[in-house]
Design a binder for this molecule. Sequence first.
Ligand code: UGA
Length: 445
Amino acid sequence: MEKKMRDLEDELFPSTPGKVKIERAHAMNRQFHRCFASTSTMFLWALFLIALTASYLSFQSFVDTSSKYFTASWGGLHWERQVRASAIPRRPNGFSVLVTGAAGFVGSHVSIALRKRGDGVLGLDNFNSYYDPSLKKARKTLLASHGVFVVEGDVNDARLLAKLLDIVPFSHVMHLAAQAGVRYAIENPNSYVHSNIAGLVTLLEACKAADPQPAIVWASSSSVYGLNEKVPFSESDTTDRPASLYAATKKAGEEITHTYNHIYGLSITGLRFFTVYGPWGRPDMAYFSFTRNILQGKPITVYRGKDRVDLARDFTFIDDIVKGCVASLDTAEKSTGSGGKKRGPAQYRIYNLGNTSPVTVPTLVAILERHLKVKAKKNIIEMPGNGDVPFTHANISLARRELGYKPSTNLEAGLKKFVKWYLSYYGYGRTNAGKNLFAFRVAML
Ligand SMILES: O=C(O)[C@H]1O[C@H](OP(=O)(O)OP(=O)(O)OC[C@H]2O[C@@H](n3ccc(=O)[nH]c3=O)[C@H](O)[C@@H]2O)[C@H](O)[C@@H](O)[C@@H]1O
């Protein structure tokens, strides 16, 4: 028995030092034996590594799950104090505004503008990784320096929303949290449904149940005009031909908000933004990614429409958009319901916020080249069928009449401000990057 065991052991661990038997002298046999030995050792090591990896992964998933369920990133007395302090207005009759998507591009600008004039502002943002979250964190730091606290949370979190609306009697909600970007909808369609539809409904449910009900101003999009060919685009035009899922979710948002206005008396203002750009902007947008690539000497892809027609956008500078947002809050009437019951008809509005002077994409590139003093390496290709529309052009008469909206920054001036911010934010001209840029400019001109 003992011998059998030893033989078995020899077979399983034949290459273990001191285990090779002298009596097995036959060369062929030894070779076969060695070969078998290394294979089975490798097999055992592989088994060991698989077991180790499996236990690491299950430990990780345990950590993830438990952190999701056991460590809420919000709550507690200190947190509630921060929420209240941030939301308190500092001017007579000032607003108390919940800004969703506050660490986003438009959200951070609007929050600071409101704060500067003495309104109370509380931010909410989920800091997702659609684009570099460190930019969102930097905006959060900027907001904190202005006294705006940003709660880390998702608009799909009904408990969090109920808690916030319970702690603070918000007069307004500026709803800017969304899954943005037209072409990304091809890659990740569900993120649009999650944020722009489910998240919107969760927010409206919380607002309808609140007492007082806040007035809501929210970001729709110029993309709802889709394949509309009548220019310029007016609010009364039909918007039933969206070209992307993104556009479809924004259009759905307009219908959904109408329902909540109709049933619960929520005051609603939808703003159709036209390709907003500027300092602290979104890295996924063309003007931003073009700037990055041009500075790094990488090529940019410029889409062109059918029959070699240039694409055009009604690019709108962030400061003009902020004025439109603030004017919308200022002119919003109160919601009429309370605690989920409508008490009378409530205001429902939709406005275009554009610049009303479309510029082609090649012109955008030429302006950037001038401001950066670097020539772009352009790949010009036909626009892929990925949700893009050939042009946008806003009719802004309604916003001008009812909000006093009057955009005052053209693309040339707006991009100059953007480039100045970009160079300073990314450290060009300060460090080695600046030297590289200088070398680049010399090389390219
Ligand atoms: O106005 C709007 O409603 C929308 O504006 C932008 O969407 P878009 O106008 O497509 O803005 P960009 O992604 O910056 O594209 C601007 C133009 O550059 C073109 N482009 C984009 C990317 C690229 O690599 N090359 C290129 O030529 C696009 O086709 C488009 O004509 C925003 O990304 C949307 O979130 C927003 O809702």
